[in-house]
Ligand binder design. Structure first.
Ligand SMILES: [Zn+2]
Length: 244
């Protein structure tokens, strides 16, 4: 299919989101309520040290090290920051959140993003998230980066616009690809909405930064649509090309 054809199909599909999509959204909210109820009956345990009281205790979080902020001269991102080096307990927390539907981790991970953003002092006017293709969104029922971004935006008191950017081309998973393959895989995969992003300083949220290919491709699209600047913020960043 041509790019135009894919674009059209994505537009049509997005404008008529199916009942199954909304069914999944309802299940997502039910999940979140159930998690809250379970917290009362079974108090949360730290995913690291297993102590009762929180999902990720302050002692375990204190052991994380944030990688240095990333400034690359050839990057469309003004700066990119992560709250922790990927691995160990933070990897377990992200996996539980992302692959095990444990939405209870969204607040604790978003808190980390908020703290890092406060440290950075970026002058942002809009929050968005690395998007999934509509087909993958339908299959999964939610975008984990969007859940983090929404929570982060509430804390930062900055508007969240998930529709600022969308994935117009379905891509293969980035897992297992090297740096060059990842870059190629996401080239022209995103399109930003200029009505929403024009003239804005924007932070884009994702869960893990590996080679940065996805966030950079998103930033390219946002700048092309008129964004004034784009800043990247992730929960964790891998060392070199370690795969999540
Ligand atoms: Zn702990």
């Amino acid at each position: 299919m041509t790019d135009d054809g894919e674009l059209r199909e994505a537009t049509i599909t997005q404008s008529s989101q199916s009942a199954s999509y909304w069914g999944k959204q309802i299940r997502l909210f039910a999940h979140q309520w159930l998690d809250t109820a379970l917290d009362v009956i079974f108090p949360p345990r730290c995913i690291g040290c297993k102590r009762v009281g929180s999902l990720l205790c302050s002692d375990c979080q204190a052991r994380f090290t944030a990688p240095p902020p990333l400034h690359e001269s050839d990057s469309p991102l003004s700066e990119c920051r992560a709250t922790a080096e990927y691995g160990g307990i933070i990897r377990d927390a992200i996996h539980a959140f992302k692959f095990d539907n444990q939405f209870r981790f969204a607040p604790v991970l978003a808190d980390r993003l908020f703290t890092e953003w406060q440290r950075a002092g970026w002058p942002i006017a809009l929050v968005t998230a690395a998007p999934l293709h509509i087909n993958r969104l339908k299959a999964r029922g939610y975008n984990q980066a969007g859940l983090l971004a929404a929570r982060f935006a509430t804390l930062a008191q900055v508007p969240f616009q998930e529709a600022a950017i969308r994935r117009v081309r379905e891509t293969h998973t980035q897992v297992g690809l090297n740096r060059a393959e990842r870059q190629l895989n996401v080239t022209n995969a995103f399109e930003a909405n200029s009505t929403i992003v024009n003239g804005k300083n924007i932070v884009i949220i994702d869960d893990v930064y590996t080679t940065g290919a996805t966030l950079k491709a998103c930033a390219d699209a946002l700048l092309k649509a008129g964004a004034a600047s784009v800043w990247g913020l992730t929960v964790a960043k891998t060392h070199h090309d370690n795969q999540p």
